[in-house]
Design a protein around this ligand. Structure first.
Ligand code: NZQ
Ligand code: ZN
Length: 385
């Protein structure tokens, strides 16, 4: 197991009615930048609830609204400008991963003299940020508890992940009932994202990370158990609660400490979103099984065998390669059962830009579980067509 410095500082308020804990925001000051997306929080009434709590606690509220899925740098710049103009004390994101990611970089850009895009291109420039708080409405990215943010500049076809210790939210409200209104499509995409974060972390070459692997298998089994239930019964509290907590745990570093490996499928997916603005979880559901097929070999079969036996319950007495292939087939079948797209053509992606996307993705995939160069990434994209 590698050495690590444990730090998961986000205070989590989990469960029904925990939004009342927003009263604690006053510890940071009285001026709040409230960030949200295209209006789902207005439809559900959460916007009114949040405003009422903030007003009851004598807070002045300024609003950054209209944050897009795959959040844009333009929103970040606008938010940073508002923070400076209005002397904001704390940035509050109410929404899914896109809103939270945008709010995080707003909080950092407010403390940075140059252009906000610098912070996206080079995370080492993120040295300070306003305190960040979140109310999560979609279980998927884990942004509510992690140090990452993903921002796009569509004029450049760039979608880049950045991060910094100071981007870990100070507090997050996780009320599973807020996810009852998430569409089937986004529920499924969220499950695929949580599973992908777990799979990317689980497929590593670090010997001795037994506890992390068993944790990760538990998270995957949780998604497999509760994903279909949430699709069928959107207001099933147990399903929504388990999916929500799994999504936070998949990327808050708890399964990654000691077994760190750079991720491969996410850089490949980020290029799809950057060029085609597709839903992140859809792209991951398409690419993951093809990536698995591509990297399966005599050298990697043991890991796939463990995955097959411990996650999918495949007979451990079968031939290891047979178990591995069956595990990949079951992964594919599960995503299909969740109604997720199966191929790039399902989401309108053809051959045109595969080469450029492969070249860009390959700048980040050299150190992965199985190192991938541009030709490898291209091969995987082509398999997924
Ligand atoms: O914009 P509104 O109106 O709020 O609607 C959103 C949006 O259209 C809607 N939605 C959210 N909560 C809802 C709801 N609709 C009904 N009821 C609710 N309770 O869902 C749509 C998608 O929201 P979005 O925030 O884009 O989804 P998600 O949480 O999946 O976030 C995706 C973004 O996060 C990035 C992705 O790349 C993508 O840009 N990621 C961030 C990561 C991180 N910070 O660690 C890691 C991930 O790997 C990922 O890359
Ligand atoms: Zn993801």
């Amino acid at each position: 197991m590698q050495n690590f410095d444990y730090s998961i500082p986000t205070k989590v308020y989990f469960g029904k009615g925990q939004v009342e804990k927003l009263s604690l925001l006053s510890q940071f000051g009285s001026r709040v930048l409230l960030c949200y997306g295209g209006g789902s929080i207005k439809k559900t009434g959460l916007y009114d609830t949040v405003l009422q709590i903030l007003k009851q606690n004598q807070m002045s509220v300024f609003e950054l609204s209209g944050i897009d899925p795959n959040p844009r740098i333009e929103s970040v710049r606008q938010g940073a400008q508002m923070c400076r103009e209005h002397n904001i004390d704390v940035v509050l994101a109410v929404g899914g991963g896109s809103v939270i990611d945008c709010a995080k970089v707003v909080a950092a850009a407010a403390k940075y003299e140059g252009d906000a895009w610098d912070l996206v291109v080079d995370g080492s420039k993120i040295q300070d940020a306003l305190p960040i708080a979140t109310v999560l409405t979609l279980a998927a990215t884990g942004s509510e508890m992690d140090q990452f943010a993903v921002i796009s500049d569509m004029t450049l076809n760039e979608k880049l992940g950045t991060g910094g210790e100071c981007l870990k939210p100070a507090m997050s409200v996780l009320d599973p009932t807020y996810t009852y209104t998430v569409s089937k499509k986004m529920t499924a995409a969220g499950v695929a994202d949580t599973m992908s974060h777990t799979i990317e972390t689980y497929f590593h070459n670090e010997p001795g990370g037994y506890v992390q692997c068993r944790f990760a298998e538990g998270l995957l089994r949780t998604c497999i158990e509760y994903g279909p239930i949430a699709l069928e019964q959107p207001d099933n509290y147990e399903a929504r609660a388990n999916l929500m907590w799994a999504s936070s745990m998949a990327i808050n570093n708890i399964i990654r400490y000691g077994v760190f490996v750079p991720w491969g499928v996410h850089p490949m997916e980020h290029e799809l979103s950057a060029f085609y603005d597709i839903t992140h979880g859809d792209g991951l559901a398409i690419l993951t099984p093809f990536w698995m097929e591509y990297v399966l070999s005599e050298k990697t079969v043991q890991k796939f065998y463990e995955y097959g036996v411990n996650v999918w319950g495949i007979d451990k007495n079968l031939d290891k390669m047979e178990v591995a292939r069956e595990a990949i087939a079951q992964t594919k079948a599960f995503f299909a059962k969740m109604g997720l797209p199966k191929t790039l053509s399902d989401v309108g992606i053809g051959e045109e830009k595969l080469e450029i996307m492969a070249q860009k993705a390959a700048t980040k995939t050299a150190g992965c579980f199985v190192p991938l160069n541009a030709q490898d990434v291209l091969n995987i994209y082509k398999m997924a067509l």
